[in-house]
Design a protein around this ligand. Structure first.
Ligand SMILES: [Zn+2]
Length: 221
């Protein structure tokens, strides 16, 4: 990658694909901001900005925050300073409409995307990653009954506290989450494929392997 080039990339992948970890590593290595729409939303609401106030009314009534509002949050963040320095987008776009709106917005700012990276996992592994998660109710230590089990079942190695699982990590909920994700994200993946900026990374490896693969693609830009 040329020194002066600004990297503008999108990370796509299911919860459990390790997207957040990769975004953090990329942020450190390439010194570019990580824009998470979840964080933007929480920040706008807590700071009570005009967009935050709008968003809060949706969140409070349990409705989905509309695409246009999310786009405006991203735009606000990019015009602040980040657009010029590049960015890593994580958790956005979530559907084709958002992807198209993002391109329109970037065009207005005279910017374009460098890369869209899909971290692809074998679904069986993904389901085990999510449904196998256990947290110590006392010290917060993390386990996975398939990949990183405690020595004694359901008991924390560190403090002997009892391990618990999140309500929404059961198989049915996870399967449903995967289904919804795919129906929304498949058109986004096709869209970036057509634009010639999509790269698929094998997410079944450990995080450092995934990171090495992503870095290699970036270096070749
Ligand atoms: Zn513990």
């Amino acid at each position: 990658m040329k020194q002066e080039a600004n990297l503008r990339l999108i990370l796509l992948g299911l919860p459990g694909s390790g997207k957040g970890t990769q975004a953090d590593s990329l942020k450190k290595k390439y010194n570019i901001p990580h824009i998470s729409t979840g964080n933007l939303l929480r920040e706008a609401i807590s700071k009570n900005t005009p967009l935050g106030k709008q968003a809060e009314s949706y969140v409070q009534s349990g409705e989905l925050v509309p695409d246009s509002l999310i786009i405006n949050l991203v735009k606000e963040e990019m015009t602040r300073n980040h657009g010029a320095r590049g960015f890593i987008l994580d958790g956005f776009p979530r559907n084709l409409a958002q992807a198209e709106k993002l391109d329109i917005m970037l065009k207005e700012l005279n910017l374009e995307l460098s890369l869209a990276i899909e971290i692809k996992l074998n679904e069986e592994i993904l389901i085990k990653r999510l449904t196998g998660r256990r947290t110590c109710s006392k010290c917060g230590a993390l386990y996975n009954i398939y990949f990183n089990p405690p020595q004694v079942s359901d008991i924390c190695d560190v403090c002997q506290g009892k391990l618990s699982r999140r309500e929404d990590d059961n198989v049915q909920v996870v399967n449903n989450r995967i289904k919804v994700y795919w129906s929304n994200i498949s058109p986004v993946i096709d869209y970036y494929q057509k634009n010639g900026i999509l790269h698929i990374i094998d997410g079944n490896q450990e995080a450092p392997g995934v990171f090495a693969d992503i870095s290699q693609i970036i270096e070749r830009l």
